[in-house]
Design a protein around this ligand. Structure first.
Ligand code: C2O
Ligand code: CU
Ligand code: CU
Length: 497
């Protein structure tokens, strides 16, 4: 997929000139670098040749497992977290320290693990230097005031303490900042973490569930490192078009790590935590694996596949069977043009978990209950990306939805159509988990027939989803290519009684 994008990059550069003369559609400050740190942090004239730069040999480091978020409330029905967003430094490439951001650490954040029914208090402190942030629980069903969208700004030095109850099935969500026009920058710097919900069903399943041992979080990202081994968030012209796609892949913040795995079934919770890249995951030995959960929870039954396509912000739980492999044998997890990591089989650790026949029953959201169908047309390119001809405006509510309503949202990608094949857009809706009805009139693939909160829309494609809106307040819908979101490819809907 990326090859196609690169292939048309040249045409885009020419077109970019045209956009430049026309000026952006809205009055977004996307290009007025002005006081933006992403400009300040790019010292002009700093050149280093590749020969001088540090080199990273592959598979040197073991996969780091993010620690679990500490729960400071002793009451088992409640949980309280202290989360601090702060600057840090990290050596991604040995010998080269680079400036980062992280939650309770230098890069990424601890994994939150909660049980359905628990009452949460989250104390989110902004320790960032002169940088407003917000905390968004991506995929979590909470009211708008707890959702942490662009309106939930936490000023430097301030703490935001929302309270909410976990009321949705077991799944793997994530958390990340969502400040207006700054989401791409802050996520790229390292602000993101996983958010796991467990429930009675997930705890009763006969599947690997020892966090970090046989139930492994994999936050997949990509970055562009400079020759000196550091990285910056600087938007080049193609970055403005397609979002920031990196040449170097990271898993849990580490380049090309290895993981020692049991000779048996291993479970992976995979997040595409990149700013803009679509990953098509496969194993180097071509073996099949099973997807058991999508964004919002378990599928009805495991789906066998030898390739898993994940757009930005999408998650999947997969089971990989290493039981047929020999002690010491290795296999790598790859995307079309890069390697993410290596699995090394430890023959002394066997397990006999099996891929279950069935998982959960997913109730179909009844189409008969649909009160309204809304259309969202993704349009424009580069700085002009928009939805229904409009770019994001904090002061404008684009859609009003009745609390409890069931609706069909029809999302079409007409972006750049007829010019050069267009670009993909991963569409995300806050405050709900929905089901995909169809893609261009056809049933979605089996691994998309579960709960979703984000989905890829291919150029020219129309995707219909059916959603129920059971939380009130103000929410966002947007493209999850973060540079598109920051450029204004986002709208607001308010759920009202
Ligand atoms: Cu992952 Cu609007 O968010
Ligand atoms: Cu979200
Ligand atoms: Cu987009």
């Amino acid at each position: 997929m990326r090859k196609i994008l690169i292939g048309i990059a040249l045409g885009v550069l020419i077109l970019f000139g045209v956009f430049f003369f026309m000026g952006p559609l809205g009055n977004r400050s996307f290009f007025n670098g002005g006081d933006s740190p992403m400009r300040q942090q790019a010292p002009p004239g700093e050149v280093s040749t590749p020969e001088e730069g540090p080199v990273q040999e592959g598979n040197e480091e073991a996969l780091p497992i993010p620690p679990l978020m500490e729960d400071t409330d002793p009451d088992p029905d409640k949980t309280e977290w202290d989360i601090v967003a702060d600057e840090g430094t990290k050596e991604f490439i040995s010998g080269a320290e680079t400036d980062t951001m992280g939650y309770n650490g230098d890069y990424l954040g601890p994994t939150i693990r909660v049980e359905r029914g628990q009452e949460v208090t989250a104390n989110v402190k902004n320790q960032l230097d002169g940088e407003v942030t917000t905390m968004h629980w991506h995929g979590l069903k909470v009211d708008g005031e707890d959702d942490g969208g662009p309106h939930g700004g936490i000023q430097p030095g301030e703490t935001w303490s929302p309270q909410f109850t976990i009321d949705q099935p077991a799944t793997t969500l994530w958390y990340h900042p969502h400040p207006e026009e700054r989401t791409g920058y802050q996520v790229y710097k390292g602000l993101a973490g996983l958010f796991i919900i467990e429930d009675e069903f997930s705890q009763s399943l006969d599947l690997p569930k020892a966090y970090g041992e046989n139930d492994i979080p994999l936050v997949l990202q990509d970055k562009n490192f400079k020759a000196d081994g550091t990285f910056e968030y600087v938007l080049s012209m193609p970055d403005v078009m397609f979002g920031v796609q990196g040449e170097t892949t990271l898993v849990n913040g580490t380049i090309d790590p290895y993981l020692t795995v049991e000779k048996g079934l291993m479970r992976f919770r995979v997040l595409n935590g990149s700013n803009a890249s679509v990953f098509d995951l496969q194993l180097s030995n071509g073996e099949a694996f099973h997807q058991i959960a999508s964004d919002g929870g378990f599928l009805e039954e495991p789906v066998e596949m030898d390739q898993l396509i994940l757009g930005p912000s999408e998650r999947a739980e997969i089971l990989i069977d290493f039981s047929e492999m020999e002690d010491g044998e290795t296999v790598t997890l790859e995307t079309s043009n890069a390697t993410f990591m290596e699995f090394r089989v430890d023959g002394s650790k066997e397990n006999d978990f099996e891929v279950p026949e069935t998982l959960v029953e997913i109730e179909e959201t009844p189409v008969a209950e649909v009160e309204q169908t809304r259309e969202f047309v993704l349009q424009g390119m580069g700085p002009n990306v928009n939805i229904n001809g409009k770019q994001f405006d904090m002061d404008r509510i684009d859609e009003v939805v009745e609390l409890g309503a069931t609706e069909i949202w029809e999302v079409s990608n007409e972006s750049g159509m007829g010019m050069m094949g267009g670009t993909i857009h991963p569409f995300h809706i806050h405050g709900t988990q929905f089901q995909i009805l169809d893609r261009d009139g056809n049933a979605p693939p089996a691994n998309e027939q579960g709960w979703k909160d984000s989905f890829i829309v291919q150029p020219g494609e129309t995707v219909r989803v059916i959603a129920q809106f059971n939380h009130s307040g103000l929410f966002m819908y947007h493209c999850h290519i973060l540079e598109h979101e920051d450029a204004g490819m986002m709208g607001q809907f308010e759920v009202v009684e």
